[in-house]
Write a protein that binds this ligand. Sequence first.
Ligand code: NAD
Length: 436
Amino acid sequence: MANTPASNTATSSHALPSYLNPEHLGAWGIYLQQVDRVTPYLGSLSRWVETLKRPKRALIVDVPIELDNGTMAHFEGYRVQHNTSRGPGKGGVRFHQDVTLSEVMALSAWMSIKNAAVNLPFGGAKGGIRVDPKTLSRGELERLTRRYTSEIGIIIGPTKDIPAPDVNTNEQIMAWMMDTYSMNEGATASGVVTGKPVALGGSLGRREATGRGVYTVGQEAAQHIGLDIGQARIAVQGFGNVGGIAAKLFAQAGATVVAVQDHGGTVYKAAGLDVPALLHHVSAHGSVQGFEDGDTLPDAQFWGVDCDILIPAALEQQITAANAHLIQARMVIEGANGPTTPEADDILHERGILVVPDVIANAGGVTVSYFEWVQDFSSFFWSEDEINARLVRIMREAFAAIWQVADEHRVSLRTATFIVACTRILQARELRGLYP
Ligand code: NAD
């Protein structure tokens, strides 16, 4: 529950539009700093670097819906296409009360980097609605999703920009998005979103893919620093799709999950939490709060927990200059997007803590989204084993290439990932040339 940005919910038409609020430049500012850090390594391609510092296209939409009580509510929605030099835009849709345009811009940019880092033929995009979906009924959520999809329908499409799930969005929401877009087009367009239910052209293995990717790069990185996963103690912030699955896979490999924090609180057990039981508790009660087979910790103590691997898998800007010095882990694997501020990154680096950055660590989800998109286009579906094997191969190869660049240039894995990704994006930019 730590470090939630100040809430400024746009549930009424009186709230200041977030794109006018200068306090909400955090994540985008961090991204710009990351690009600046990598520019000296881009050689002659650096003359194109400005292209990375602004989104190609950003759409802000009003999403009005009728609530169950008969009144009207307006929500602010966004879809940002950061870069499409290497292919159509690709990236998730987030429903959260703290979503802002600048956050979505940053998330879309990190998608450009991530897709290029694992060499998928996609650009980067992201979307969101500034709403706390927990306050909506299922019917309200469906109306919100459908109206939002219709509003952004002018820029998305299977060959233009393909949304997917992110925080607080899931397979059902993707099914409603696919249906709405298809209704407006007059033809079923299963390739317009990924992360759909398997019965609707979704891919086997997609739900677990991001967590599996986190686990896979964790294994690779652990080997490089001589850490035995079977003996490792793990702390996880965020116990949803990414954190929950990653914790499960690490536990299955023999690791001890000692602490888990989500929006409801923090649970701790030095001898190891029973991950399947905790997952069951969360699906029954909505959060880890009240889990009896462990101790409750004050949220701030989570960061200082004695562990080998820390996995932030909730929201951005959770590891900051204020808590980075408390971290005991030998390595941080960023399941979430943007969980570490640049100042915290430097502190971790100085303290010799390896950071496996988001742009490679959580790329498993978009990789299987790519498989889903390919399967939808060919209407031919692969087995789960085939999908997992291809996922693991792509993640391992990408990680090895990035490790080598980090070694060559003596830079962090984050800078190395940006070097690989920005080079690919700007090569495509240069080859395509400027239109007109
Ligand atoms: P989710 O909605 O399934 O889970 C989010 C988790 O974060 C929940 O356990 C929630 O309780 C917790 N959380 C929310 N606010 C918190 C707070 N203030 N303090 C502590 N915990 C908090 O979302 P997800 O899909 O698992 O996504 C988590 C992160 O991973 C996000 O940064 C997302 O962008 C990133 N990500 C997700 C995917 C994917 O495929 N789902 C892919 C790449 C990156």
